[in-house]
Design a protein around this ligand. Structure first.
Ligand SMILES: C[S@@+](CC[C@H](N)C(=O)[O-])C[C@H]1O[C@@H](n2cnc3c(N)ncnc32)[C@H](O)[C@@H]1O
Length: 291
């Protein structure tokens, strides 16, 4: 059914959009409708209200209808806007990468409380938000951004170019499976490895909210055999870290004890669990021990 009949004012269309989103089960429908109208019309919120009696053109109505219907189908706003703010900077995102999360900003804070280093690797970089932010916050001098998804690497590359300009030469992009051996030149090279790997297990998949489950990349979320996957990943982390180098990992409270025991069995030391702002066991840090 078409939305926004010819001749309606911006304010009338906005109310119609709000009602449509509410019926589709979108929370904060009024706010979401305003955000979609700002996005579709290229206006800020103040301007949106000053133009409330203006009739919308056919082109504007068609554009807004597409946006509102997509959001009603649970498409996350960040994919419609093609951008997500992370640690104060706007990152380009598409459906090929996970939308950066506030917990990952907390991981940045945890890392930034430690001493700056020379070389950092971000394993499973997605949009590049984690590794690029740590570089831009002057935590490290070089960054390796690694992902198994070629599309993710392309997006990380685009974000590096947008945010770093000429300093992009400090970033290396690697299309690689981090559970498999890295090229030899990276062995014993990194001072710090950061990672927000997939951490939803199969038993939890059906409980994941529809906006995440139907729109975000499954490859970024689901881990099929966590014991095997994290064993293989941590072996490779051990190979690329310098002795004494640190790993900072974001994870699920359900996986943390498995990961902690794997890290200890593999000989990492100072294995510590850190809570997020919701008091959930969310992060792990450890060091590569002396042999
Ligand atoms: C949870 S997302 C995190 C993305 C980004 N670091 C962030 O925090 O927004 C996990 C990322 O790991 C990548 N990934 C999954 N398995 C991988 C593997 N075996 N090797 C390399 N990257 C992998 C996915 O493609 C995805 O981009």
């Amino acid at each position: 059914m078409p939305l926004f009949i010819n001749g309606k004012s911006l304010q009338e269309c906005l109310l119609e959009a709000e009602e449509f989103l509410k019926e589709a089960g979108i929370e904060n429908a009024a706010r979401e409708a305003q955000l979609l109208f700002c996005l579709g019309l290229g206006l800020d919120k103040a301007k949106l209200f000053t133009l409330s009696t203006k009739p919308l053109s056919q082109k504007e109505r068609a554009k807004l209808e597409k946006l509102v219907k997509s959001r009603a189908s649970k498409m996350p706003f960040a994919y419609l806007a093609k951008t997500k703010n992370f640690y104060g900077r706007d990152f380009y995102v598409s459906r090929h990468v996970l939308i950066p999360r506030p917990e990952t900003e907390e991981l940045c804070e945890l890392v930034l409380r430690t001493q700056p280093v020379s070389h950092l690797a971000d394993l499973g970089c997605g949009s590049g938000c984690l590794g690029l932010t740590l570089y831009l916050e002057n935590f490290c001098q070089t960054v390796l951004l690694c992902d198994i998804s070629r599309k993710a690497i392309e997006i990380a590359c685009k974000n590096a170019a947008r945010l770093l300009g000429e300093r992009t030469s400090s970033v290396t992009f690697l299309h690689h499976d981090f559970t498999k051996p890295f090229p030899y030149l990276f062995h014993n090279f990194f001072d710090v490895v950061v990672s927000n790997p997939p951490y939803v297990i199969e038993e939890e998949w059906e409980e994941v909210s529809p906006d995440v489950r139907f729109f975000e990349p499954k490859l970024a979320l689901l881990v099929k055999n966590p014991k095997r996957f994290f064993h293989d990943m941590f072996c490779q982390v051990g190979a690329i870290l310098k002795i004494g180098g640190r790993l900072f990992l974001e994870t699920s409270p359900n996986l943390i004890s498995l990961q902690k025991s794997l890290l200890e069995k593999l000989g990492f030391c100072d294995v510590e669990v850190h809570q997020d702002y919701a008091y959930k066991n969310r992060f792990l840090s450890c060091r590569k021990a002396f042999p």
